[in-house]
Ligand binder design. Sequence first.
Ligand SMILES: [Zn+2]
Length: 145
Amino acid sequence: MSLEAHEELLNGLVEKGKSHYPNEFGGILVGYYSQDNTYLHITDTILPKTFKASKFSFERSTKGIERKLGIYYKEIPKQFYVGEWHTHPDNSPIPSLTDISALNAIINNQDACLANPVLLIIGYSKRKVDFGFYVWFENKLYRYE
Ligand SMILES: [Zn+2]
């Protein structure tokens, strides 16, 4: 499966993330798949209303997210929840054990009928920004190159 996200969107995520320095920050990713399921287009983000964050953790609430997603269901093409993103301030975009178990919990959540969620981690420092795109496939997390 290939993946695409606009640079504008990614830059926006970096900016939002940086405004919460030194804590992590994140949200959910919205997008759509091609008919044959080989291509994922990430189109937007929904930011959580409330969240708990530290320099090494980020936990969002689900409050209001379903309602906001409803707007995307009505668009053409229909867009929906495709995964999660969060930052790693002063760190590399490598998923922590917490990140992996959080993603596992999402898959086991019956509300989210999503077999292959995407995880985007934005590792950043003053000098650089690193994007780590991952997809959950058959109980493992694979990184996109
Ligand atoms: Zn993380």
